[in-house]
Design a binder for this molecule. Structure first.
Ligand code: DC
Length: 225
């Protein structure tokens, strides 16, 4: 039997992971955070002092970095050569590096294979940049989640302040714009809305409303619950 899969794409800070996690819990699906895999690869290169421009070294290193995913109590854990790096991947530095190294084909091919395998074994809600367009082109429900750069920057600032980190809204907004540009204009699988994806602008919506809307879309596309 083919599993029902839900693909969620969109730019950084649109709320993809919060929403996908909540929807996965309500639907009993497995949540797959593909950004975490690119971040784990970024950690591998950072640990070895490999720069984001060093394409040849990155290509070689792809063969020796093993990324595995496990779910513990419904939460995704990402392992890099056996080490659980789920905590280490959540920094600004790693996010930036992930965006830079995700432009390389060998990195993408390696991770896309892993993502497709996961979607074959269970019903997944998978979020990323190229899920609806490349990873799961046959996903039954596709959503393109976005919000204005200002709203995304405000959400990010709130998270940083809660962690006790100082930062300016303007600085964050600038970084978000740069990251959007890179993710949308790279040659390999750029971020874009799939033709059959539903566009959801979450600027004026709260997370519960967005989650309910996604569940409604999945039902409209044939999910029986
Ligand atoms: O979603 P995130 O911020 O954790 O992702 C970090 C970077 O990884 C993002 O800027 C681009 C890259 N990425 C990608 O190229 N394709 C994906 N499916 C997921 C993330």
């Amino acid at each position: 039997m083919r599993h029902f899969n839900i693909a969620i794409d969109g730019p950084a800070g649109a709320g993809k992971s919060t929403i996908a996690k909540a929807a996965a819990k309500k639907l009993g699906f497995i949540y797959v955070d593909t950004g975490a895999m690119y971040r784990a690869m970024a950690v591998y290169f950072l640990d070895r002092g490999i720069g984001s421009q060093e394409e040849e070294k990155i290509r070689e290193a792809c063969n020796s970095a093993e990324i595995t995913i496990r779910h513990e109590d419904g939460r995704q854990q990402v392992f890099l050569n056996g080490e659980n790096v789920s905590g280490r991947i959540r920094t600004q530095e790693v996010g930036e590096m992930a965006s830079r190294i995700s432009v390389y084909l060998p990195v993408r091919e390696k991770l896309v294979k892993l993502q497709q395998q996961l979607a074959k074994t269970s019903q997944v809600i998978m979020d990323g940049r190229d899920i609806g367009t490349c990873v799961l082109p046959d996903a039954q429900a596709k959503i393109y989640l976005t919000a204005s750069t200002r709203v995304r920057a405000e959400r990010r600032l709130k998270e940083l302040l809660e962690k006790g980190l100082e930062c300016s809204l303007e600085e964050i907004e600038e970084e978000i714009k740069e990251r959007d540009y890179r993710d949308m204009h790279r040659e390999q699988s750029p971020l874009r809305q799939a033709e059959d994806a539903v566009l959801l602008d979450t600027s004026q919506m709260d997370p519960e409303q967005v989650t309910e809307r996604i569940i409604a879309i999945a039902k409209e596309r044939g999910l029986e619950i």
